[in-house]
Design a protein around this ligand. Structure first.
Ligand code: G3P
Ligand code: CA
Length: 248
């Protein structure tokens, strides 16, 4: 069955990549949580999608130029709604501590395709291992060199290559990089692609799927997971999809 993974938490209902968005996703029945990791100036892994803090906080500048202490001064919730004022940018450590005892999959996307943060792969790997979360963790990246660097981690974790576009040889390219999964824009995922991927022992997951008809199409392809900003809808539509399968 296709796993429902909350994209940056329940990010249509709460400020993305904050603890409140992750907690809401869990309450809404998500089976997994996706988040993005970047590194501060003093090498603290923190959760944010953009390289700059401008869009999702009341501050400005690159994360790489701020220490964690400096980053803590900024509000990561008020931009979304004043109700969320006081939300902070979470560290990866805070997130892992919270998720540790929950029956959730996690997908940590290394945001190193624009800034190739030094040692990001090993920093994240060691932290996930410290919390003994290897079994339900997927590490992903759009950066092919980072995927190559993570090849040794595949023994204990799922490593996913992220791609914006489908191409003819994408499955072989993914295998060659040493990944065990492929994460693609949902537009490019077909039943045939999923079959071919599974034949090559690759899992396929689709991002970012928010509309009912797109979710239904993904479920029909048999893909392994979808990333959605609305996890409660994902759970609801998946149930409906299987109801249709049986009764229509
Ligand atoms: O990991 C799937 C998806 O999150 C990739 O795109 O830009 O939302 O990080 P983006
Ligand atoms: Ca992401």
């Amino acid at each position: 069955m296709t796993t429902i993974i909350a994209h940056r938490g329940a990010s249509k209902l709460a400020p993305e990549n904050t603890m409140v968005a992750f907690k809401l996703a869990y309450q809404h029945g998500a089976e997994g949580i996706e988040t993005d990791v970047q590194l501060t100036k003093d090498n603290v892994p923190i959760l944010m999608h953009d390289e700059k803090i401008n869009r999702t906080t009341n501050g400005e500048g690159f994360i790489k130029d701020l220490t964690y202490k400096q980053l803590q001064q900024y509000d990561a919730g008020k931009w979304f709604h004043r109700k969320f004022e006081g939300s902070m940018v979470p560290t990866l450590e805070t997130f892992l501590k919270w998720i540790k005892d929950k029956p959730l999959y996690l997908n940590i996307e290394l945001k190193n395709n624009k800034i190739d943060y030094k040692h990001l792969e090993s920093i994240v790997y060691e932290m996930v291992t410290h919390f003994k979360l290897q079994d339900h963790t997927i590490l992903s990246s759009f950066n092919p060199n980072s995927i190559k660097r993570m090849k040794p981690f595949q023994k204990t974790m799922d490593i996913a290559f992220l791609t914006k576009k489908g191409s003819k040889n994408i499955l072989d390219a993914t295998k060659q990089l040493g990944a065990s999964s492929l994460h693609m824009n949902h537009k490019y995922i077909t039943e045939n692609l999923v079959k071919q991927s599974h034949a090559k022992n690759l899992s396929v997951r689709a991002y970012t799927v928010n509309k009912a008809n797109h979710m239904m199409t993904c479920f029909q392809t048999g893909c392994d997971g979808i990333f959605t900003d609305l996890p409660h809808k994902g759970m609801q539509y998946r149930e409906l999809y299987h109801y249709y399968e049986t009764f229509l």
